[in-house]
Design a binder for this molecule. Structure first.
Ligand SMILES: Cc1cc2nc3c(=O)[nH]c(=O)nc-3n(C[C@H](O)[C@H](O)[C@H](O)COP(=O)(O)OP(=O)(O)OC[C@H]3O[C@@H](n4cnc5c(N)ncnc54)[C@H](O)[C@@H]3O)c2cc1C
Length: 369
């Protein structure tokens, strides 16, 4: 069986790795040279967590994925996952708090409820109102995205960089199956995919010399929900002099070939105000910025499914701003689907049919899977 994977971001790289592991003849194509900073899989750090407030149906995938990240570390000899725990901060009724508690209860996860005083005492880098609370999710931390993509692509036997694929149909003349993992460029190849591409900005702010509470062994990754700033998140310091923060779903809609890469004060000011309000020991001085893209589905759940128009085409669009942490298990699900036509994992929420009505699939193609 010959399989083409379009895209060498984290999803295409993970799929290529997992297919190669099963002995499949796989070729991974990328229009750029991954790891690169032009798509969605870059920027020093990505949060991974367990008490998933977006829906407890994600938790079984997360329970499976942690050992897979460790497997990738063993195979590559690289350190990719740093465990710090995660704090979800907000009002007691905030989705991040209520949803995390619900997922933890449903799956028996290791979480602890903290009141504002406990958070201040344990994590002096956070400033909380008296009526705010936090959930501490112990099975959480961050991944190194550039390292991850590098490690996965080293395990893929045939990676063709700077090779743009213009049409899925043309590839099908040469390959038995095509996996489309093109991130924000997916609609260019599959015009029925209803993705909205959202520009995102990360900024690193310098920290004061005595702010040792931002060290990775003392400062969990965090997500904070508030009326004033919406959803924001941040990481411990990785260089000892700065912390990275971002706003979730606060960006302009764009397209991947015309995204504004330049970051200006209008992008940074809300983050500066947020750190001044919510964090202690962070200065207003920006040391670095990057842009990145979310590929949002209408319901913010993933698409992991065959194309409704051709069962030889598998679509992977697990973003909406939260897909990175799942990459190895999504790559393995893709390998299940390509090799066996089915998977044991529950991916019923991630169907393509919810966006594209199924059209007639010729019998010979349907039988392949
Ligand atoms: C700012 C930001 C913060 C995030 N934070 C988190 C987080 O903390 N935790 C988390 O779990 N997730 C997070 N995410 C989401 C996560 O990073 C994405 O879900 C993931 O990176 C998507 O990977 P991808 O491979 O689908 O897309 P990409 O990384 O964009 O990869 C797509 C690849 O396809 C290639 N390509 C496109 N078209 C073609 C073509 N025609 N021919 C050949 N190659 C092509 C591109 O060059 C690119 O390399 C974040 C995303 C962003 C942008």
């Amino acid at each position: 069986m010959r399989v083409a994977v379009i895209g060498g971001g984290v999803m295409g790289a993970a799929t290529s790795w997992r297919l190669a592991k099963r002995g499949v003849d796989v070729v991974c194509f990328d229009r750029h040279s991954p790891p690169h900073a032009l798509g969605s899989s870059h920027g020093e750090s990505r949060i991974i967590r367990s008490a998933y407030f977006e829906g407890s149906y994600y938790v079984p995938l997360l329970q499976e994925v942690f050992p897979m990240w460790r497997e990738l570390e063993t195979l590559s000899g690289m350190r990719l996952l740093t465990m710090t725990g995660a704090l979800y901060i907000g009002q007691p009724a905030a989705e991040a708090v209520v949803g995390a508690e619900a997922s933890a209860k449903a799956h028996g996860l290791d979480v602890e409820m903290l009141d504002a005083a406990a958070v201040r005492r344990r994590y002096p880098g956070h400033v909380l109102h008296d009526d705010e609370v936090a959930v501490l999710d112990r099975q959480a931390g961050f991944l190194n995205p550039e390292g991850v993509v590098t490690a996965m692509l080293r395990l893929a036997p045939d990676v063709r960089r700077d090779h743009r694929i213009g049409s899925v149909e043309k590839l099908l003349a040469e390959f038995d199956s095509v996996v489309v993992a093109a991130g924000p460029w997916t609609p260019e190849l599959l015009d029925w995919m209803p993705l909205r591409i959202e520009r995102q900005v990360h900024a690193w702010f310098s920290i004061s010399r005595d702010a040792d509470w931002f060290a990775p062994d003392r400062f969990p990754v965090f997500i904070r929900q508030s009326e004033q700033f919406g959803d924001v998140y941040g990481f411990p310091t990785l260089d000892g002099v700065s912390v990275k923060v971002g706003r979730h779903h606060a960006g302009d809609f764009t397209d991947p070939d015309h995204i504004r890469r330049r970051v200006d004060e209008g992008d940074v000011d809300p983050l500066r105000l947020m750190t001044a309000t919510f964090m202690r020991g962070v200065s207003g001085h920006v040391t670095r910025t990057i842009t990145c893209m979310y590929s949002n589905t209408p319901d913010h759940d993933f698409v992991i499914d065959f194309s409704p128009h051709d069962k030889r085409v598998l679509v992977l669009s697990p973003c909406s701003g939260h897909g990175f942490k799942f990459a190895p298990v999504i790559g393995d699900i893709a390998a299940d689907l390509v090799c066996d036509g089915k998977t044991k994992r529950d991916i019923s929420r991630f169907s393509a049919a919810r966006f594209a009505p199924s059209s007639h699939v010729p019998d010979d193609q349907a039988q392949r899977h």
